[in-house]
Design a protein around this ligand. Structure first.
Ligand code: GLP
Length: 247
């Protein structure tokens, strides 16, 4: 099957953020009640900061937008500084006019995880699906928390994090034993149902994962490689993240 990923290689992380914001703002203009899929991590931070600026200074309204997030750590409630709910409130959702009841995240404290995951899939369906999903990528090729080994048709579930991911995330926690070892994540199959995908990657630490995702064989060894089969997926890369690409 032909590789359909569209690539934009930009000067630096700021240029990546500007390009991402242009796509997101256009989506909201086009459909004010768009369903946006949102990611956490350092990659989208500058993008969110710019969206907040557009809201404050240029009147971009999110009043009718609905949002769903990719993933959440198991065992952290929304008040925990490292929870993704906390991250989203701080960097975007708490700083724009989106209605709190239109923002959806997986609940890492759910008593029945299987029921939580089923309800999340049902929620996405009830919203009419995701118009545009923003993604980052892990150094091991994960998207959301779909670690290597995740199937193309995987759905929202509780997943064991790989040692590489636990190691990468430990920089954000004060103690190693605090770092969650499991997380709730939408599946690769859930992501693939989004009408558009926008993956952001910056910095040389992502270059290997980007090359595997864009030019490697499609398979569970690099979950991001499944994006080659999506009809409308764009990667926004800075030069460092694109450094290992041959084309
Ligand atoms: C985390 C998140 C992913 C994110 C990735 C990259 O593990 N679950 O959704 O894309 O890591 O994060 P960063 O952008 O900080 O490099």
């Amino acid at each position: 099957m032909a590789n359909k990923i569209k690539l934009q290689i930009l000067e630096d992380a700021q240029a990546v953020a500007r390009a991402a914001v242009a796509v997101l703002a256009e989506q909201v203009h086009q459909r004010p009640d768009a369903v946006l899929g949102l990611a956490t991590g350092s990659s989208p931070e500058a993008t969110y900061a710019e969206l907040v600026r557009l809201y404050r200074e240029e009147g971009l309204s999110f009043a009718r937008v609905r949002s769903v997030n990719l993933d959440e750590y198991e065992g952290l409630d929304g008040d925990h500084e490292q929870s993704y709910r906390h991250y989203m409130q701080k960097h975007l959702l708490g700083a724009i006019d989106i209605r709190p009841w239109n923002t959806f995240l997986l609940d890492g404290m759910a008593v029945d995880m299987a029921a939580e995951c089923r309800a999340y899939e049902e929620r996405i369906r009830a919203l009419g699906g995701v118009d545009l999903f923003l993604l980052g990528i892990g150094t091991n090729g994960h998207i959301a928390f779909n670690e290597p080994g995740s199937a193309v048709d995987s759905r929202t579930r509780l997943i064991e994090l790989s040692e590489a991911t636990i190691e990468a995330n430990s920089r954000l926690f004060t103690r190693a034993d605090e770092v969650p070892r499991r997380a709730l994540t939408v599946g690769v199959g859930t992501i693939m149902t989004s009408r558009r995908l926008l993956l952001l990657a910056t910095g040389e630490s992502k270059a290997g994962a980007i090359a595997a995702a864009v030019e490697g064989n499609v398979g569970a060894q690099c979950p991001a490689s499944f994006l080659q089969q999506h009809a409308d997926c764009t990667f926004l890369l800075d030069k460092a993240a694109a450094a290992h690409l041959s084309r």
